[in-house]
Structure formats: structure tokens, C-alpha cells
Design a binder for this molecule. Structure first.
Ligand SMILES: Cc1ncc(C[n+]2csc(CCOP(=O)(O)OP(=O)(O)O)c2C)c(N)n1
Ligand code: SF4
Ligand SMILES: [Mg+2]
Length: 351
């Protein structure tokens, strides 16, 4: 339970990253989620990704809405900034924080209920604006916290734990993110840490709106036969399009690979995403082809996972708005309110 503090003691030989932190330094409180909940594995993947990227915890701002998924930021990065918003409002609060301080690393954590139902309008606009963030949806197809109602991502024909059939069409957040202009789009599975950790690292290094849909089974309400978001279903229908490594700029690049099987994508920060293509038809830098690939394979009942699309040259909201490189929260009054004469000049320029 969260009121039981984690022991501060840890083994003296725990490995440290380049800035001297152990994985424990990226942990949070003890999780109160159900044992076996996919969301806990995603928290572990976030911890691993931040540790491997040598991120100083105080440089991260983690934001979420309401739901079991949105509770998880309490269970990782305990030394980072955090804000738990009203249900479905994480994207606008994150956008505002990002506009005020562009220097932090923004991590938005949400659920399929939080982002695909009440927060759908918020999700849409944060993505289309290109807010520089890593937006993770922990997708279990139900409202876990409120006892397992179908969410908008539940597949048509899938059944609830009590056998009720879902008659509504599902909303595919990956397809939406692609259509809305997200510049890094991926899907993964909470049970596949080897795939998920590099996808999160790539998203954090990406400048622009990075969206990751992570299928994350709810063991309490949506892990039965008939569910298409159960551990068994995803394991049986997972169609991974690529496997990814993230090579940091500081590491000497000495990778050995067979041409034609591996795609290298260099991001703004100099890091390189090394994509081992498992599926030759898939072109991760072609938005139209990626959308067509997704639709074709999903129509066959496959759950496409991996890095689905990336635009390595993407800009973000600050670039689009040509905002100042100095974060607003570090400006003085004189810069923020330059006075009547400046305002008159601006007004005159618009006449
Ligand atoms: C304004 C408002 N409406 C409804 C609720 C009730 N509510 C709490 S969490 C939730 C859904 C959570 O589902 P999801 O985001 O998928 O998270 P999960 O618990 O499945 O991880 C709902 C409807 C609320 N807290 N606030
Ligand atoms: S109810 Fe479902 S989503 Fe919530 S903690 Fe339990 S298993 Fe996870
Ligand atoms: Mg959910």
C-alpha cells in the first residue's frame, strides 16, 4: 500500500548509470494496483528507459488524468515533477506546462477511458499541435478503476467478463494519432519489455508529439476468453513490425548490421534509432504507407506493434509558434509585459 514506505536501503552493488543513479532512484511509491496489472509493467519500463537515458529525475514532468493507469505516475519517478489532473484533462495541462517551461521532459500517462472517451478532444488537439511530449496510453479496453465498463477502444464483438457483447466500433488511437500528425507513433504490449523500453526511449528523445499505445491487460475485468485485450489474445495476435535499439550520441556507434534489414533514423538530439525490420512491407517514415499497413493488418485481426511511424525532422509547438528559447517561467516582468509603447507598435503592425 502507498502508506508503506519503500525501504531506502539498497544493495551497495546495484549498477549506476552515467550520472550515478541506480534504478531505485527512478522508482516511486509501492503500487496499489492489482497483482498482474499490465500498468505496473509499463511503470517498470518507464523506470528502465529513464535510467538507461541517464535522465536527471528533476528534469521530468509526469502528468496524468484519472484511472488506474493515471495513478501510476505515483509509482515511478518519485523525484520528478508530477501533476494528476481532472479526468481527461492531462493533455491541456501538459500543453500549458510545456508552454511555460519548454526545458522539461514531458511525460503524459493516460488510460483508454481517460484519453479515448472523456478526454478525446484534449488528446486530439495536443497531438495536432505537436506538443513536445511522450504520450502513453495504457490501453486495457475497459474503465478499470470504475469496475470494467467497455471503453471506446474495446473491439466490436469482444465480450465483457460477464459475457455482454460490445456492439460499438472501436476507436483506434494509433490510427488517429497518425491522421492527426503525430510525428512518432508506436504500439506495444505491457508484456513485452524488450520492445517497450526502446520505444519509450525513442519517444523521449523525439522532438514533437510522440504517442505510444500500450496494450495493458486488466487482470480484474478484461483478461478472459472473449476479450481482445487479454494477455493470451495479444500474445497470439501480436504482429511486431520491427525491433528497435536507441543509440545515444555519446556512445561510439559501432553497430554491425545486414543492409536491407536495418533502418537507421537519426533524431534531433543526435541519437539513432536502429530499427530491425521484421516486416518488409512496412515503411516507418511514410505516413500514408504506415496508415495503410495498420489498417490492412488490423482487418486481419492482428495487433500491429513496434514503431509504426516516425518523422525524424519534425518540429514541435514551440517551433511552430516561434516562441522564445527562454522558458516563460524564467522571464522577468519587463520581458513578459514590455509596456504600452511596444503594444502600440504590435497593434500598428497588424493594421
Ligand atoms: C468527470 C469524471 N467522470 C467520471 C469519472 C469516473 N471515472 C474514474 S476513472 C474512469 C475511467 C478510467 O478508465 P481508464 O482511463 O481506461 O483507466 P483504467 O482504470 O482502465 O486504467 C471513470 C469513468 C471521474 N472520475 N470523473
Ligand atoms: S482494476 Fe484492472 S486496471 Fe485497475 S489495477 Fe486492477 S487490473 Fe489494473
Ligand atoms: Mg482503461
Amino acid at each position: 500500500m502507498t502508506y508503506i514506505a519503500k525501504p531506502k536501503l539498497h544493495h551497495p552493488t546495484l549498477a549506476c548509470n552515467a550520472i550515478g543513479f541506480t534504478r531505485r532512484d527512478y522508482e516511486g511509491k509501492i503500487s496499489t494496483l492489482c497483482a498482474g496489472c499490465g500498468h505496473d509493467s509499463i511503470s517498470a519500463a518507464i523506470i528502465q528507459a529513464c535510467w538507461e537515458l541517464d535522465i536527471e529525475p528533476h528534469r521530468v514532468a509526469k502528468l496524468s488524468g484519472i484511472g488506474c493507469s493515471s495513478k501510476t505516475p505515483d509509482y515511478f519517478l518519485g523525484q520528478s515533477h508530477g501533476f494528476n489532473t481532472v479526468h481527461g484533462r492531462m493533455p491541456s495541462v501538459l500543453t500549458g506546462a510545456n508552454l511555460a517551461n519548454r526545458d522539461l521532459i514531458y511525460l503524459g500517462v493516460s488510460g483508454d477511458g481517460d484519453s479515448a472517451s472523456i478526454g478525446i478532444g484534449q488528446f486530439v488537439h495536443a497531438i495536432r499541435r505537436g506538443v513536445n511530449m511522450t504520450y502513453i496510453v495504457e490501453n486495457n479496453g475497459v474503465y478499470g478503476l470504475t469496475k470494467g465498463q467497455f471503453s471506446a477502444t474495446a473491439d466490436q464483438g469482444s465480450t465483457s467478463k460477464r459475457g455482454v457483447v460490445n456492439s460499438d466500433s472501436p476507436l483506434d488511437m494509433v490510427a488517429m494519432a497518425l491522421q492527426l500528425g503525430a510525428t512518432y507513433v508506436a504500439r506495444s504490449f505491457s508484456g513485452d519489455k524488450a520492445q517497450l523500453v526502446p520505444l519509450i526511449k525513442g519517444a523521449i528523445n523525439h522532438r514533437g508529439a510522440a504517442f505510444i499505445d500500450v496494450i495493458s491487460p486488466c487482470v480484474a475485468f478484461n483478461n478472459h476468453p472473449g476479450s481482445t485485450k487479454s494477455y493470451d489474445y495479444v500474445r497470439e495476435h501480436n504482429d511486431a513490425v520491427n525491433r528497435m535499439d536507441v543509440i545515444e550520441p555519446r556512445a561510439p556507434i559501432t553497430v554491425d548490421f545486414a543492409e536491407g534489414e536495418v533502418v537507421h533514423v537519426r533524431q534531433h538530439d543526435g541519437s539513432i534509432l536502429r530499427l530491425k525490420k521484421l516486416e518488409y512491407e512496412h515503411h516507418p517514415t511514410d505516413r500514408v504507407a504506415a496508415a495503410a499497413y495498420l489498417q490492412r493488418h488490423e482487418a486481419q485481426g492482428e495487433v500491429v506493434t513496434g514503431l509504426i511511424f516516425i518523422d525524424p525532422k519534425a518540429g514541435d509547438l514551440h517551433e511552430h509558434l516561434k516562441s522564445s528559447k527562454t522558458p516563460l517561467n524564467r522571464m522577468q516582468n519587463a520581458e513578459l509585459c514590455p509596456g504600452g509603447a511596444t503594444l502600440a507598435k504590435v497593434n500598428a503592425s497588424l493594421r
